[in-house]
Ligand binder design. Structure first.
Ligand code: TRP
Length: 336
């Protein structure tokens, strides 16, 4: 067990899962968790959610929705450790131990923080306007998430690579000062995973307001797909799949054979409405079963809660002994 590679990733609980999250993160993670050669840890980063979301109802709802999503899509919680960050009190404790070895200058260089400062300067505000310490210290909390479980590999989007470099830097400083306690984690950015375009053709993202929620009921899903932007080419005109958002979405769900015949249909002048109908059917077939399981879970939050608490117990079997060891290492010790 311990010789296995550990893979860990966190999902911030601020939003409702959409097709882009599904294709880009959730589906590959669940597939990876089935591989025998790795031990996987997935968690709901609700402490991180507080940095950018001050709506308690939304944090709670998002936590439920994301947990139900992963379970409905078949995450096997006997093979992977699935938990909520805030159920692991050792994480905030480790955050403090790490904070005390983290150079302030390192945090000054964090992209998210720097972007907020730049926006303030541009708006002729005080540079620190509306920046809380949560945003500033975000990378330390994230380092604690990762180092707590000595993860080797951390699948993340490109925007998180700097945070992984910071986690390594922090781990190295701690190891240097107090002995070799931490594995140095590596970011794993999957270049093959498609970034899905949204309804306007740009990358599907909450910040562009162009998302298609994952769990729309059938009719609404169809309607949302029909709204994906196309050009004004008529039925019968040959079309270029590689510049069409609908084709990009299609190919993220299709088999190689399905992609091939759709490309042929484009060359033969398939109507946009027909492409969208086929896209709807393809996605709907994949999501039909999980959608029912999702509905059952959402209507039974106590069951989701039990799953998360069971996951937390398994996680804490690892975090408790490590925090004991770390306390000892830094000199927080029993005096007797
Ligand atoms: N910061 C990550 C994001 O916004 C979420 C996250 C929090 C995370 N803690 C983590 C990801 C630890 C990987 C490992 O996507």
């Amino acid at each position: 067990m311990t010789s296995k590679q550990r893979v860990l990733t966190g999902i911030t609980t601020t939003g409702t899962p959409h097709l882009g999250n599904y294709v880009g993160a959730i589906k590959p993670a669940i597939a990876a968790s089935r591989h025998e050669d790795a031990e996987s840890f997935y968690f709901l980063a609700d402490y991180h959610a507080l940095v950018k979301c001050e709506e308690p109802e939304r944090v709670q709802r998002s936590t439920l929705e994301i947990a139900a999503t992963w379970l409905a899509l078949g995450l096997d919680t006997s093979r992977s450790v699935f938990y909520r960050q805030s159920d692991i009190p050792e994480i905030p404790e480790l955050t403090w131990l790490l904070t005390c070895v983290t150079a302030k200058g390192l945090m000054n260089r964090a992209h998210a923080y720097k972007a907020a400062v730049d926006a303030n300067i541009k708006a002729e505000e005080d540079p620190d306007f509306s920046i809380n310490m949560g945003l500033y210290s975000y990378p330390v909390l994230m380092a604690a998430d990762i180092l707590m479980f000595n993860a080797h590999r951390v699948p993340v989007g490109k925007d998180q690579v700097q945070h992984l470099e910071m986690a390594r830097d922090i781990a190295q400083r701690f190891n240097h000062r107090y002995g070799e306690h931490f594995v140095l984690p590596e970011a794993e950015v999957d270049e093959h995973v498609a970034t899905l375009p949204g309804t306007d053709g740009r990358k599907m993202s909450k910040s562009y307001d162009n998302t298609i929620p994952l769990w729309l009921p059938e009719k609404k899903l169809r309607k949302a797909i029909m709204k994906i932007k196309t050009n004004s080419q008529e039925p019968g005109e040959p079309k270029d799949p590689d510049s069409a958002a609908v084709y990009a979405v299609y190919s993220a769900f299709a088999t190689a054979a399905q992609r091939e015949s759709m490309r042929q249909a484009f060359a033969d002048g398939i109507a946009w409405g027909e492409v969208k109908q086929q896209l709807f059917e393809l996605i709907n077939r994949e999501l039909e079963g999980p959608r029912e399981r999702y509905a059952a879970l959402i209507n039974d939050p106590a069951r989701v809660e039990r799953e998360l608490l069971a996951g937390a117990e398994r996680a804490r079997a690892l975090s408790r002994p490590l925090i004991e060891q770390l306390r000892e290492a830094v000199g927080i010790r029993c005096l007797a």
